[in-house]
Each structure stands twice: as C-alpha cells, then as structure tokens.
Design a protein around this ligand. Structure first.
Ligand SMILES: *Cc1c(COP(=O)(O)O)cnc(C)c1O
Length: 350
C-alpha cells in the first residue's frame, strides 16, 4: 500500500518526533499571566531571529494578520494589498469585520507590489475619501505561486511608506521560504516592515501557531487584541515547545522543498497540455487549460490514486512541497498525473 502523497498545502505537515518529545516534556505555566516559560522563550527567540523588539505567539496566521491590521489602522481607513492576498480572499473579511477597514486591492502579475502600484492608490483622506491606513504585503505570495519580494522592492516600499507616514505589515506566513530562496537573512526581510506575521505551522512543521513580531508597544497592544479575539491560551508552552524546534531547526531544510518543487514543475511542464512556470519556492501552479479537462476533475482523479492536489480555479492546480514530501513522492505524483491525463485523453477521443 502506497502512502498518500499530500500536496494540498504545507499546513498538512506532521510534527516531527523531536517536536512530540519536546511537547511532552515542556515546562509550562499560565501564559495569560505571562508565566509560561516556554512561550516566553519562543516569543523571545522569534523576536531575536526577526530582529524585532518583541513577538507574540498566536494560534493562527489569520489571528496574527487580524491583530496587525487592527494595530495600525483606524475604523474607516483603507488597507492596500495585492488583489490575490490571503487577507482579502481567505480570512473571512476580518479586515472589515474586526478593523472596519476597506481593502484596496491592487492587481499585480505575480503578487509582488511595487511602490509605483501603491502610490497610485494612496489616499490622504479628507471630506470625500478615506485615508490609507496600512500597506500589506505577502511574502512569499501564496496564490501567485510562492513568489518572493526582492529586497530592493521591499526597501523602496518601506522607505516611501515611511515618508508618507504609513505603516507596512508583512504577511510573512512563509517568510522563511522567502529567506531560503533569496539567500537573505530573515531579519533583513523583516526589517522592511513594521510588523511581520509568520506561520510555525506550515513548512516549519509545528502542529499549531504563528508569530506576530514588531515593536514593544505594538506587541503589548497586540496581546490585548489577542485576548479579545479569544487567543489567550493558558499552558500553551506545550505548543510553543514544538514552535521552538520549528523556528530553530526547520528553516535549514526548506531548500530541499524548493528543490522538490522545481523537480515537480519541470517534470509537469513536459506533460501534454500543461503550462507550468518555474517555482521560486515550494508552491507550484499547474495550468491545465490546454488539456481540456477541468482542474477539479484532475484533482478528483488524482485523489483516487492517492495523490492530493487541490484545484484553486477551473484551470489551475496547486501543488505545495513540504517536509513530508520526498523526492520519490514527486516522481510518483508526476507518473500518476501523466496516467490520469492519458486516460482522460483516451476517453474523450473514444
Ligand atoms: C496560511 C496563510 C496564512 C494564515 O493561515 P492560518 O490558517 O490562519 O494559520 C496567512 N497568510 C498566508 C499567505 C497564508 O498562506
């Protein structure tokens, strides 16, 4: 029996044996009182690694982004982001629901905003229009296929935003992938945003949790919003213990996921009717339009063969590599994908 090859997302990663051991042995306390030593250690190390004053352990990336947007904005302001952003499409309108802000979405080719794109939609406020309260950037960009912000693009955005008096929040759910792909220290990337959220629970394989990092002041207000949102966790050191291993050990191996994603992309690009561009990190977008088969149908057929790969729209499949996907899984997934396409082509021509 072959094991399931789960390429739906890097959220499916299982905690490593070292994580499970650390969780069992974690020293804990009541974190709402600030007394959980393991959570405190995780927050301290996360701030240090990101080069920020402070950090906050939150149950999810969505909560981290929600808190950050609330911190930087006032009700009725606008938040500028790319039009395929996670905050816009996958966070249940929390920008509107919790912060009372309008998302000002800017279309981009590859998820990467440039200052020029942002400048055009900036609003200074007044009697007829509400002011831009925040610029949000997603690095790596999930739905654009794991694209990475070049450091100079980030610097240009941050420099100009600062001059305009506008804060920048980075949805860095996969900031460690961005760092690994660009050979940059994560602190250099984080330096170009006022606050940064990243996920411990994706490619870094922790079972639960994300981090929001920023100034002491931002994080201390953030702690209050976390409690309001129901994110005040008690003996959360059990989770933070796994988070510490995710943070310290797992970034080292992300290059392997990127390598596997590249291998998957180049093999898939050779299949008839598939258009696949070279991935920058661990996310591969497969355009199946020219096969004439709807992406959800391919997804279903693959599932029957033990390969999980979601369709994100009628013509695109997304495959995400991670630590529980090995090179031989990639090879098998490609073989099965080729077989599914062959079979469907034969059926239509019969
Ligand atoms: C996964 C993800 C998040 C946060 O997701 P949660 O499931 O709430 O942890 C935020 N932004 C991006 C780009 C993501 O991929």
């Amino acid at each position: 029996m072959n094991r399931t090859i789960d390429l739906r997302s890097d959220t499916v990663t299982q905690p490593t044996p070292a994580m499970r051991k650390a969780m069992a042995e974690a020293e804990v306390g009541d974190d709402v009182y600030g007394e959980d030593p393991t959570v405190n250690q995780l927050e301290h190390r996360a701030a240090e690694i990101l080069g920020k004053e402070a950090a906050l352990f939150v149950p999810s990336g969505t909560m981290g982004n929600t808190i950050a947007i609330k911190l930087h904005t006032e009700h009725g302001q606008e938040v500028i982001c790319d039009s395929r952003s996670h905050i816009l499409d996958w966070e249940l309108s929390m920008t509107a629901w919790f912060s009372g802000c309008l998302v000002r979405a800017v279309p981009t080719e590859n998820g990467i905003l440039h200052w020029e794109d942002i400048r055009r939609v900036l609003r200074s406020g007044g009697i007829h229009s509400s002011a831009t309260g925040l610029i949000e950037i997603e690095n790596t960009h999930n739905m654009a296929g794991g694209t990475v912000y070049p450091l100079e693009v980030l610097r240009e955005i941050r420099g100009n935003a600062r001059s305009a008096g506008i804060k920048v929040h980075m949805d860095g759910a996969r900031i460690f992938n961005a760092a690994a792909a660009s050979g940059t220290r994560v602190s250099q990337i984080a330096a170009e945003a006022d606050t940064v959220m990243f996920c411990l629970s994706k490619g870094l394989a922790a079972p639960v949790g994300s981090i929001l990092a920023g100034t002491d002041q931002a994080i201390s207000s953030g702690r209050q919003y976390r409690k309001r949102l129901g994110g005040g966790m008690r003996q959360a050191g059990i989770l933070a213990a796994a988070g510490l291993i995710a943070l310290e050990e797992m970034p080292k191996r992300l290059a392997e996921d990127h390598h596997n994603a590249s291998a998957l992309a180049s093999a898939a690009a050779n299949l008839p009717g598939l258009k696949v561009s070279k991935p920058q990190t661990n996310i591969v977008m497969l355009d199946v339009c020219d096969t004439g088969i709807p992406a959800p149908d391919i997804s279903r057929a693959l599932k029957a063969e033990g390969v999980l790969m979601n369709s994100i729209n009628p013509q695109t499949l997304r495959a995400v590599t991670h630590c529980d996907i090995w090179r031989r899984d990639v090879d098998r997934a490609i073989k099965l994908l080729a077989a599914v396409l062959d079979r469907r082509a034969a059926e239509t021509h019969a």
